[in-house]
Design a protein around this ligand. Structure first.
Ligand code: CTP
Length: 482
């Protein structure tokens, strides 16, 4: 069950982040010390209530510091988010969303539809949200106050997650036969929907029509993502966006101009490329993708729309970023060019300089006479130069890296010129520096104006510093143009 993979991955990430043992999680969350081990070994899906209890435990035990990621850090202090939860398997992810909203200072006011309560208990939702959960149109306590009108009025934004096909249809039709739909009809606040449904339902002409109509009504959407579905052998668009993606979309609505890269498109390459020799072998390098992925995440956190073109890496896709996975340099070049126009391009990939001239269609066998195969190499396209010298779609700012072992500054200057880049982040990748594949980086920023030495920093800090510089540069440029 694919959603189970998500759930398992979340548990593993939680255990790594917090250092809590699997036995403790199982024992304290669901009274079964073997719960995590069984989940790992047997792969059987636990019931919704057990998943709910585990998600609840994780939410309670994650400290704000460990839970925070670089995305969606926008301050939501003092904002009220009316969260409408409708019924779907993705509802379990909403607990995480509530927790993250709370960490950022938002007040979450949950409304659950009747079917949502089959997936989550109002008790766990209310505990996380730290207040009342609204579940019924005719709530005795709120009736006199015309509760739905008050709810609709008090919110800064209304988020529908998961938004089922049925609820979208009701919204499009202007129904108001339960609290959720009544609130949605009574509001004049921005509404963000995170659809979650089977791909066939999402692609059905009726849903297409409803989504289109809702778009015209000003409803905004986050997701759905494409991937495996809860049902066996179902794949396609329909998976609810991840909590961090929803959070970033909320932040974009509530603090639209407070972020330095709002409205900008940032294109990033990352990781190595693999150049096939035959069907089982390839040429590659030691790039981990950490630096490029951190830059993509930092740009998204600064409000940019980000396209990340990544070679094969073991690091996870950053949340809130459009990721295009490629293998070879030529695929990377094509994906990068197809993603233009962009305001900023940061080419952090360690692209293989050469590929094998004649890739063998079958596995190359050892020769009985002991001879070894001669591999003729041809040069790969230079992606940074392609972008830096693009005649019509050159981004405003083109940034490259220079991985050097000798004559760092002069080689970086040459690359700046030769590839038409504005900035080069030069780093010493000599053996012993631990930079290639490591967690840290030592950067010399080379521009036409000179060289600036940065201290040894974590790759995430390099990314934040770079993105801050990018924001400043774009601001100066737009001020100068005014
Ligand atoms: N780059 C690229 N396409 C290539 C080779 C490099 O886009 N085919 C980009 C890298 O992403 C990086 C910059 O060019 O931003 C410099 O990469 P580097 O490996 O340091 O330089 P090379 O051009 O490969 O030169 P050399 O290996 O000879 O130092």
């Amino acid at each position: 069950m694919p959603y189970l993979d998500d759930f398992r991955a979340e548990i593993e990430a939680f255990l790594t982040r917090t250092g809590i043992s699997p036995t403790r999680l199982g024992k304290e969350a669901v009274g079964d010390p073997r719960f995590v081990f069984d989940l790992r070994e047997k792969g059987r899906a636990p019931g919704a209530r057990l998943m709910d209890a585990v998600a609840d435990f994780m939410a309670r035990h994650e400290t704000p510091a460990t839970a925070r990621t670089s995305l969606g850090e926008a301050p939501l202090e003092g904002k009220t988010i009316l969260l409408i939860i409708s019924g779907g398997i993705a509802a379990y992810k909403v607990l995480d969303l509530i927790r993250r909203l709370g960490e950022r200072g938002a007040r979450v006011c949950p409304v659950m539809t009747r079917t949502a309560q089959e997936f989550l208990t109002p008790l766990s939702v209310g505990t996380l949200a730290g207040g009342k959960v609204f579940i019924d149109l005719f709530d005795r306590d709120d009736e006199h106050d015309v509760g739905h009108i008050r709810l609709a009025r008090e919110a800064d934004v209304i988020v529908v997650a998961p938004a089922t096909a049925d609820l979208l249809a009701k919204m499009a039709g202007g129904h108001a036969n339960d609290l959720a739909t009544a609130v949605l009809l009574a509001t004049d606040k921005p509404v963000l929907a995170a659809p979650a449904m089977n791909p066939r339902m999402w692609l059905h002409p009726a849903t297409r029509r409803n989504v289109e109509a809702l778009g015209r009504d000003g409803i905004r959407f986050v997701g759905p993502n494409t991937g495996e579905m809860a049902e066996a052998n179902e794949a396609g668009p329909g998976r609810m966006a991840e909590p961090l993606e929803i959070l970033a979309a909320i932040a974009r609505i509530l603090v639209p101009s407070g972020m330095p890269l709002t409205g900008k498109h940032v294109l990033v390459t990352s990781g190595p490329t693999h150049e096939p020799i035959d069907p089982v072998r390839y040429l590659a390098n030691r790039s981990s993708g950490r630096q490029g992925h951190a830059i993509a995440a930092a740009a998204a956190a600064a409000g940019a729309r980000v396209t990340l073109v990544s070679g094969p890496v073991a690091v996870a896709d950053p949340d809130g970023v459009d990721v295009i996975h490629v293998e070879t340099a030529r695929e990377m070049r094509d994906a990068v060019v197809a993603a233009l126009p962009a305001d900023v391009a940061v080419m952090a990939a360690a692209v293989a300089d050469w590929r094998v001239a004649n890739e063998a269609s079958g596995k190359i066998k050892k020769n009985s006479s002991g001879g070894s195969p001669a591999l003729a190499l041809v040069e790969n396209p230079d992606i940074l130069a392609t972008i830096g010298k693009h005649e019509t779609l050159r981004p405003t700012l083109v940034v490259g890296f220079a991985a050097e072992t000798d004559d760092l500054a002069s080689n970086a200057r040459k690359k700046l010129e030769a590839k038409g880049a504005d900035w080069i982040l030069a780093n010493d990748v000599s053996p012993g520096t631990g930079i290639m594949g490591g967690e840290e980086n030592v950067i010399r920023l080379v521009t036409a104006a000179g060289i600036e030495d940065w201290p040894r920093l974590a790759k995430t800090e390099v990314a934040q510093r770079l993105i801050a510089r990018v924001g400043e540069m774009l601001r100066h440029k737009s001020e100068a143009a005014e």
